[in-house]
Design a protein around this ligand. Structure first.
Ligand SMILES: *Cc1c(COP(=O)(O)O)cnc(C)c1O
Length: 409
């Protein structure tokens, strides 16, 4: 019989969102009249904005005519989008990233997982706890870890604990690591990293010859002008970092699918014989072999986000969700809940009241308020006793969910 990748067997069976789904389905079946409000999974709810829809319609019309039809596009993305990203997301902020350092993809979840293809299996890897589970699980799948212990922590990974004492922004590792995943603004805690914090990380990486994998999926939600949008705003970061970005949350592309990865041309890794190898070239080779580019229609839609009208529409979407976040943050604070995040990120991270466990609080909210959130423990052992609420919903649903939660507490 065919042998399987045995590392998959180490993954924890009851993965977070399926388990939430099971509990919600069971409750809904037992209580068919309950109107359940979902503030759980981080998926957007508002429709695509007009300039993006118009650009995608126009692109479909091009595809419908022989003389403007497009087949396979460049694996790295069309120049019109790579140039728009370089100019508007980086150069306009004084950040030196060029179009040929940008790789357009079908989303950054895929890229954060796929990037492991080009790295060796003996790297020491640091991951925050709590964390976006994709970073952990893709390392498990790649065979970079031992089995999980009873708290769900995998042998071989270096966990960097976020807690109330450090404001859910973990300290530097006390040991040397080769790769570090950072995500700011953070999912799940909604916290941000200051310029000083990121500068400390870049300094650590430069001194230790480590690589930072920086996930900036939520950079569009930053309103505080002192918070960096990109790791490349920190001098010296181009020698030590890769950055992932996504159109999913900023312009509602979770279903449309488009993201990008910035791999600086000067970024180098080491081969077993000690020689330096361009990581940019390896990623280009990987993408050219295993990926055939994001769809033309989708890239045209993403590029429309960089027009004046597109930018204004994106600001409108972000402001809408961030008003939801503010309502949640303030409304929960008023009933005595300790709240983190929700200022420069669309997630509100709360301490469960009365020291309830994360899943106990989940069951309480579901059964008494008919509101679904995400147990903090699902993001790592250090998330136990915390709970994530997402700002991605209609205003009416957020207001009603808040009212119901306030009554229960
Ligand atoms: C939503 C999200 C992404 C984006 O993933 P896509 O594949 O681009 O939709 C990336 N990182 C984090 C932490 C996220 O929450």
């Amino acid at each position: 019989m065919v042998q399987i990748n045995q590392h998959y067997l180490k993954l924890k069976a009851g993965y977070l969102f399926p388990e939430i789904g099971r509990r919600v389905t069971a409750f809904a079946q037992a209580n068919p009249s309950a109107k359940i409000i979902r503030l759980g999974i981080g998926d957007v709810t508002e429709p695509l904005t007009p300039s993006i829809v118009a650009a995608m319609h126009a692109a479909v019309d091009e595809m419908a005519k022989r003389d403007s039809f497009k087949g396979y596009g460049p694996e790295q993305g069309y120049a019109f989008l790579r140039e728009a990203v370089a100019q508007h997301d980086f150069q306009s902020r004084g950040v030196d990233v060029s179009a040929d350092e940008i790789f357009i993809s079908d989303g950054s979840k895929c890229d954060t997982g796929n990037i492991l293809d080009i790295f060796g299996s003996d790297n020491r890897i640091a991951i925050s706890d709590p964390v976006y589970p994709v970073y952990v699980d893709t390392n498990v799948m790649a065979g970079h870890t031992g089995p999980a212990d009873e708290s769900g922590r995998f042998g071989g990974l270096v966990y960097l604990v976020g807690n109330e004492a450090n404001g859910f922004v973990p300290d530097l590792p006390t040991e040397r690591v080769d790769m570090i995943y950072l995500c700011y603004p953070n999912n799940p805690t909604g916290t941000v990293a200051s310029r000083e914090t990121l500068a400390r990380w870049v300094e650590y990486a430069r001194q230790n010859k480590s690589l930072i994998l920086f996930d900036a999926a939520y950079e569009a939600f930053i309103s505080d002008p002192s918070i960096p949008h990109s790791i490349f705003e920190i001098p010296g970061a181009k020698d030590v970092a890769i950055e992932f970005r996504s159109f999913s949350k900023s312009i509602g592309f979770t279903g449309v699918r488009c993201g990008l990865t910035v791999v600086p041309k000067q970024l180098m890794g080491t081969a077993p014989g000690g020689e330096s190898v361009s990581i940019h070239q390896l990623w280009n080779r990987r993408q050219s072999t295993k990926f055939n580019g994001a769809s033309y229609v989708v890239q045209k839609g993403a590029a429309a986000a960089y027009t004046d009208q597109g930018k204004a529409e994106m600001r409108g979407l972000v402001d809408f969700y961030m008003t939801n976040a503010r309502l949640l943050r303030e409304g929960l604070g008023r009933v005595g809940i300790r709240v983190f995040g929700g200022v420069n990120a669309p997630y509100v991270w709360i301490k469960t009241p009365n020291n309830l466990g994360s899943w106990e609080f989940f069951d309480l909210l579901l059964s008494k308020a008919n509101v679904v959130g995400t147990p903090g423990s699902g993001f790592g052992a250090a998330g136990e006793g915390y709970f994530r609420l997402s700002a991605f919903n209609s205003r009416a649903n957020v207001e009603e969910a808040l009212e119901r939660i306030q009554k229960v507490l």
